[in-house]
Each structure stands twice: as structure tokens, then as C-alpha cells.
Design a protein around this ligand. Structure first.
Ligand code: FE
Ligand code: FE
Length: 194
């Protein structure tokens, strides 16, 4: 492993693995994750590491993602295992663990679930999930309102991000992974509990 002591070092590790466009997206996620972490009293360092690494495996071949996930013994179902769009989160978590020796489970978990979401998401999980959705390079109807909502009511914003993802999948005639449905349900329950 190269010497990584600062977040800039980590950015440089990721930069060579990504297209310029995806690296710009990663820096956008970093920016948004920092702001949300600061706002919600979550460790900024953890948010930075998770944000920088979240898409680190996205441009690697599917087979490489599969090997990495299996080596790290990260549990995935066959739907995830055979689809790079779904597997890149678990693969990036595996990369963080195996290649970069990142031991912090909360960081690896936020990376793992950033695409599909999950039940019982931590604040850090929600911040990375949402930062990915509303980072400054994102442009879709309602993104400004959603950015504002993210700083007012995190759970409401997370639900809206789930809604947008699910609506998009429906519009495209694509399948919806159960983790996304379960993740949305669990945030809805969390809200009604409070
Ligand atoms: Fe991603
Ligand atoms: Fe991303």
C-alpha cells in the first residue's frame, strides 16, 4: 500500500482509477459529505474517507469486483454479484478493507450500502447515500429543494432520494433490488417512531 496519511493522498489513489468525470463526481460527493457531516455532528474524517472511496471500484471489470468482494467475504446476493451497477459499493468496501487496510467498519459499511441503501442506516450511511444523490454536479428537477431539505430533515431527504431512485427504475422498466425497498421502509418507520 502507498503511504496514505491525508485525504489528499487518498484522492490521488482514487484519481488514477477513475475517469475525469467520475473523479469530479467523487469530489462533489466529498464536498457534500463534509457539509452534511459537519451539520449533523458526524465525524468529518470518516465522511471524507467514505466519500472519496465510494466509487473507487466502479470502473473496474465485473470479475475484478467479484473477486474483491469474495476475498473480503462481504455477503452479497446473486442479483448483486452479477451486476456491476449494484456490486460496485460492496466492491469498494472490499477494496477499502483489503487494499487500503481501512479497519473502521462504519466507513466500510457506508461505502457498501451507498447505492442500494439498507435497513437501519447509520447517520454516516445516510450522509454518503444522500451526498451521492445531491452532490453539486447533480442536476435534476427538484435537486435544489432536496439539498435544502437535506440540512433540515435528513430522514425526509433520504426518503426522497429513495423515491427518486425507485421512480427512475420504474420509468426505465428496471428491477428494484429488495434492499432499496427495505431501506426506504425502515426510514419511513424511523420517522413514524419519533
Ligand atoms: Fe456509486
Ligand atoms: Fe457515486
Amino acid at each position: 500500500m502507498k503511504d496514505i496519511t491525508t485525504i489528499e493522498d487518498l484522492q490521488n489513489v482514487v484519481k488514477v482509477r477513475l475517469s475525469p468525470k467520475r473523479f469530479a463526481h467523487t469530489l462533489g460527493v466529498l464536498d457534500m459529505a463534509r457539509r452534511l457531516a459537519n451539520h449533523y455532528g458526524v465525524s468529518i474524517e470518516k465522511a471524507e474517507v467514505a466519500a472519496v472511496l465510494h466509487d473507487a471500484m466502479k470502473e473496474r471489470p465485473l470479475q475484478e469486483m467479484q473477486t474483491m468482494v469474495m476475498d473480503a467475504q462481504i455477503a452479497v446476493d446473486s442479483e448483486m454479484l452479477n451486476n456491476g451497477a449494484l456490486l460496485h459499493g460492496p466492491a469498494a468496501a472490499a477494496y477499502a478493507k483489503l487494499e487500503l487496510q481501512i479497519q473502521d467498519e462504519s466507513i466500510c459499511e457506508a461505502i457498501r450500502v451507498h447505492t442500494l441503501g439498507s435497513t437501519h442506516m447509520s447517520l454516516l450511511d445516510k450522509i454518503i447515500f444522500l451526498a451521492d444523490y445531491i452532490e453539486p454536479n447533480r442536476d435534476f428537477p427538484g435537486v435544489e429543494e432536496l439539498r435544502a431539505l437535506a440540512f433540515k430533515d435528513l430522514n425526509a431527504a433520504v426518503i426522497r432520494a429513495y423515491d427518486g431512485t425507485i421512480r427512475h427504475l420504474l420509468d426505465q422498466g428496471l428491477s428494484i433490488h429488495v434492499d432499496t425497498i427495505r431501506g426506504r421502509n425502515s426510514v419511513l418507520l424511523e420517522r413514524s417512531d419519533t
